[in-house]
Design a protein around this ligand. Structure first.
Ligand code: IPE
Ligand code: IPE
Ligand code: MG
Length: 237
């Protein structure tokens, strides 16, 4: 591997393994989620320091509602706290924060906190930070298609005009470039319904490290691996 570190413009992470991390410590799964939220704060700063411009994390999937009610409740409470505590940090570090996923299914106070965080940070010019909450790629595409169909019916667009670029503008990630590198922790090697459209040409990196143990050193390892990859996009080199 050559030593030159190519910093991905956009890194996406499936933060997995919180439950197993807690179990190893004979603690409730929710203890792992609390530690995972702290690790996220640090990794966002590390990614920013390394020069990453867009950073997207999977926090809660459309499928995660099927977990026990108590666990879902704790995750929602952590998210609630996170939305508030990250506001000052985002302002201090010039971070623009956005939430992707179907927020209409979240509690009204969480929806307000999301709006407040997004509005307050929208003119920040530093790293762009996306949190996927009640996010599912299939759900996102369905919501986009519904909007397109509605606009077609209203005569605002014509079906023959629909292109990849146009559909992208209806996704939750409109105006955010596709991820260059996807990291998934905890040894699982699947997408679990995360950014399926946007990851079409991303490089994938899997590590056995559990999310609560992830740190800057592990992030750099992933970027080193990414730097050694040859991205061909279907062409010859
Ligand atoms: C990821 O950790 C966080 C969420 C899905 C909310 P998990 O809770 O999936 O942890 P494991 O995979 O059970 O260890
Ligand atoms: C994916 O992790 C979702 C998040 C990290 C938020 P899961 O732990 O829910 O995924 P599966 O069930 O192992 O595929
Ligand atoms: Mg998991």
């Amino acid at each position: 591997m050559d030593n030159e570190l190519k910093i991905p413009r956009h890194i996406a992470i499936i933060m997995d393994g919180n439950g197993r991390w807690a179990k190893k410590r004979h603690r409730p799964r929710t203890y792992g989620h609390a530690k995972g939220a702290k690790v996220l704060e640090q990794i966002l700063e590390d990614a920013d320091d390394l020069g990453v411009k867009y950073f997207t994390v999977y926090a809660f999937s459309t499928e995660n509602w099927a977990r026990p009610y108590e666990e879902v409740k704790v995750i929602m409470n952590l998210f609630r706290e996170y939305l508030v505590s990250s506001l000052a940090k985002c302002m201090k570090n010039n971070v623009r924060a956005r939430i992707i996923g179907d927020r209409t299914k979240l509690s009204p106070d969480i929806i307000d906190a999301i709006r407040n965080l997004e509005e307050t940070t929208k003119n920040n010019t530093g790293i762009s930070f996306q949190i996927a909450m009640n996010y599912g790629s299939r759900d996102e595409i369905i919501r986009a298609v519904r909007k397109l169909v509605r606009e077609e019916r209203e005569g605002k667009i014509d079906a023959s005009e629909i292109s990849e670029e146009m559909l992208e503008q209806y996704l939750d990630t409109a105006d955010i470039p596709d991820p260059d590198l996807l990291i998934r922790t905890s040894g699982e090697e699947r997408l679990s319904n995360f950014l399926m459209w946007q990851l079409a040409y991303a490089e994938f990196y899997f590590t056995d490290v559990l999310w609560p143990d992830f740190n800057k050193e592990e992030l750099i390892k992933a970027i080193e691996k990414y730097s050694s990859r040859d991205r061909r996009y279907g062409k010859l080199k």
